[in-house]
Write a protein that binds this ligand. Structure first.
Ligand SMILES: C[S@@+](CC[C@H](N)C(=O)[O-])C[C@H]1O[C@@H](n2cnc3c(N)ncnc32)[C@H](O)[C@@H]1O
Length: 457
């Protein structure tokens, strides 16, 4: 039964025109006309246009009815029809890009920890780093990733070592660790149905919010930013009906899904000043696991160093003036959700968690860190970006300084691996090298070479 025919019959009866008169004026066979009006035959586009003209009726409305009749008549599996129509809607709106954007949604694959864009992420180097650690160290039970960033190294350590301490002072990173690794109760069906409900939100029906007012049309397309703000507020409003693990999974899921839609080159120091192409926000859950052997901290590394005991500490601090809290300020604002006043073109909050490692104090902080760590092995990542022409990517600690400080702690081996790394185009490093130092701490040597208490600064 085609609805468009029934509508056509109603229009004709309303105007009081007999069928024969329609036939004479539009030139459609009488039997065909009657089958159309009985909903047994679908009129062609041309027939609709002729009939609409004759009745002086809006042909678009009739064509919409015809197209939907046609779609509905081809559906073969009614149980998934509504969902299929929603997907079809996205395919029409976003064209061929749809498939590449949503392949993972279709296959329901959870989002992996490594799939985040983060400057200095060791995701591509993790095999190299972990293999070296494995061959160069003995009897490691506790592993600490003290500047964890994306925690890609912690994730590898979790499957290998008895206990893993993960630390970073950024709010968003801390929520991500709790979500991906943290122990705690959570109900997968509950979290998954909340995410599904977010996926059926219509941004048009949502009102303006803190996120869309500040970031809409800048870091995110306007309707996506309305969704982000609405979802973030909803998670906060539900907080007391969620366990800490569920709350963290929902927030980390939000970050990981919006990461791909950001109108940036990978961080939030600036946005691309071109109109943003609309893209739908279809969220899929992160690959949340719960480990009993993880300890998660959100502390300044130098303070934490005084309070932990670990067999091995992996150290990967920032080495240049680029502050992570400024690069990822939008996620900090989103996670803290205290809706601060934002400043400047990049809409940053007041500075918080500025790292001394990005300043002239870097060397003394590094010295203070290794001096206070109670550990048998120090493993330090270092990239040789200090030859740079750009000031912001100039290293705050020189290679020789790291080597000298580590040698004061014990015998140090240096390993080298070339790789491509982050730069914004201003800096050219064809000879960029990634180095890894592994120091076997010699307590006697260390105590002798750090005799007095070092002051920060
Ligand atoms: C080079 S990144 C680490 C990258 C990480 N290894 C990875 O694979 O993603 C440095 C990290 O140190 C954090 N950080 C900087 N200064 C810190 C401090 N004083 N205490 C704790 N974390 C700090 C930053 O937030 C950033 O995430």
């Amino acid at each position: 039964m085609y609805a468009v025919g029934i509508i056509l019959k109603e229009i004709r009866e309303e105007t009081g025109v007999p069928l024969q008169e329609v036939q004479q004026n539009v030139g459609i066979d009488l039997t065909q006309l009657s089958r159309i009006e009985n909903g047994k035959r679908l009129p062609t586009i041309e027939q609709i246009q002729r009939l609409a003209q004759f009745y002086n009726f809006d042909d678009t409305k009739l064509l919409i009815q015809r197209e939907s009749d046609k779609i509905v008549s081809t559906l073969e599996y009614p149980e998934v029809a509504i969902e299929a129509l929603k997907v079809a809607e996205d395919k029409i709106a976003y064209g061929s890009k749809y498939l590449s954007l949503f392949q993972d949604v279709i296959y329901q694959k959870p989002i992996a920890l490594e799939s985040r864009r983060y400057i200095g992420s060791k995701a591509k180097l993790s095999d190299w780093i972990m293999d070296l650690i494995e061959t160069e160290t003995e009897n490691v039970q506790t592993f600490t990733d003290i500047f964890a960033g994306t925690a890609t190294i912690s994730a590898r350590a979790l499957s290998k070592y008895k206990k893993v301490i993960v630390n970073d002072f950024l709010y968003a990173n801390n929520i991500i660790y709790k979500a991906f690794f943290g122990a705690g109760n959570w109900n997968k069906n509950k979290v998954s149905s909340i995410i599904t409900s977010y996926n059926s939100l219509d941004p048009e029906a949502l009102s303006e919010n803190y996120f869309s007012e500040n970031f809409g049309g800048k870091f995110y397309e306007y309707s996506v930013s309305k969704l982000i703000g609405h979802i973030r507020q909803d998670i906060e409003d539900m907080k007391y009906e969620l366990t800490e693990k569920e709350y963290s999974i929902l927030l980390a899921t939000l970050i990981y899904n919006i990461d791909k839609l950001a109108n940036t080159v990978g961080h939030f120091d600036a946005y691309i000043k071109k109109p943003i192409k609309p893209q739908p926000l279809r969220m899929r859950m992160i690959d949340a696991k719960d480990f009993e052997n993880v300890e998660i901290h959100k502390e300044d590394a130098n303070l934490l160093a005084r309070n932990i005991k670990s067999d091995l500490v992996y150290i990967d601090p920032p080495y240049n003036s680029r502050q992570y809290c400024r690069f990822y300020h939008l996620y900090e604002t989103l996670i803290k959700w205290d809706k601060p006043k934002l400043h400047g073109v990049a809409l940053k909050p007041e500075p918080e968690n500025m790292s001394a490692y990005c300043t002239v104090k870097a060397r003394s902080r590094f010295e203070d860190l290794v001096r206070n760590l109670n550990t048998r092995y120090l493993v330090v990542s270092y990239n040789n970006t200090y030859n740079s022409k750009s000031n912001s990517s100039e290293n705050k600690i020189r290679l020789e300084e790291i080597e000298e400080i580590l040698n004061r702690c014990g015998d140090t081996k240096t390993f080298e691996c070339s790789h491509r790394f982050f730069n914004t185009g201003k800096t050219e490093f064809n000879d960029h090298k990634e180095l890894l130092f592994i120091t076997k701490v010699d307590e006697a040597r260390k105590n002798k070479s750090f005799p007095t208490l070092l002051c920060w600064g």
